[in-house]
Design a protein around this ligand. Sequence first.
Ligand code: BGC
Ligand code: ZN
Length: 387
Amino acid sequence: MSPNVMQAERATHEGETTTMKAIAVHPGRPNSVHLARLEKPSLDDVPGGRGVLVRVLRVGLDGTDKEINAAEYGQAPPGYDFLVIGHESLGRVEAVGPNVAELALGDYVVATVRRPGRSLYDTIGTYDMTTDDVYFERGINLRHGYLTEYYVDDPEYIVKIPAGLKEVAVLLEPTTVVEKGIAQAFEIQRRLRVWRPRRACVMGSGTIGLLAALALRLRGLEVTVLSRAPKPYLNSDLVEALGARYEAVGDVALAEAAKRWGPFDLIFEATGFSPVVFEAMQALGKNGVLVLSSVTGGDRTVEVPADRINLEFVLGNKVMVGTVNANREYFELGVRDMAQAEAEVPGWLARLLTHPVRGLDNYAELFDTLTSAKGAIKVFCEVAPLE
Ligand code: BGC
Ligand code: ZN
């Protein structure tokens, strides 16, 4: 048992309420998800009177949490033998330090995930672009996450959410993955002097694929989503509700889709299955950009038509870019897109919130739902009522 926990336990035995519940894993030990106790954080944990105490309301889960509990990913913070998981948060501000002007009591907030390391990119606020080998991510790597009752952080990492978005704001963190990918694609395409993308393809229709389809539709692109399952089902309905096209890959291969509905100026890959990347490279239109967002921890190999892919990339001036995590800027962009989505396709975001599980105590049900619920888009824990 770590010193922090012993200290926390002692406090409980003395009858003080200085500890709180948390859902944690023992990194490296498969299926170790359990209820842990953690010392309640205090405003002074952040120096200079800049602490913000947030009560956690909702936390979304995703494939990364599955991998962490399968011991494929994730490390405990120094001094702990467990890692509190949860990186997709929504909370409400309960207290602020004397030098916090940007947030106030009662504000709904979402916290960013990555915390800065030492590279140049970290020091200018773009910690998602770190070149350090070690990176810090709350709920994922070396820092505790949000599946607990409270957290304290610096306002730099806490983004205010309009109250009108509170029902859907737990989707902001996954939205930022999409925002970053698309913003980076537009930034890269400034090389073309004029880039007016018209047709996009999204590979995969999980949470990220759906949110990518949304963000691209909001930017006026014609969108084709390719996914495994045949329609109709919730995910294909959601795609079509955006005015996008849904096709099952069993019916049309990517190359065929590009012929019919391309050329694709942008392809957003979010299947989690790396071999499709090489098909996407071939399906990409001239001057196009391919955004890769799948975190694939395995060691799969495939044979590819290397000469052809290379030749077409060279002759077509194509670009491929990887994207991970997001900094504050993309959280702010995500808030705006979510607000626009609520105005243009009201109720659409809420339909992604398919599987609520109430209370931190129900961590076992939360993980069962995450690993085996049929038709789940977003599984999330209702830690406390939204009010
Ligand atoms: C998270 C990202 C994170 C990535 C890799 C994803 O599930 O949403 O914030 O950067 O995993 O750790
Ligand atoms: Zn995630």
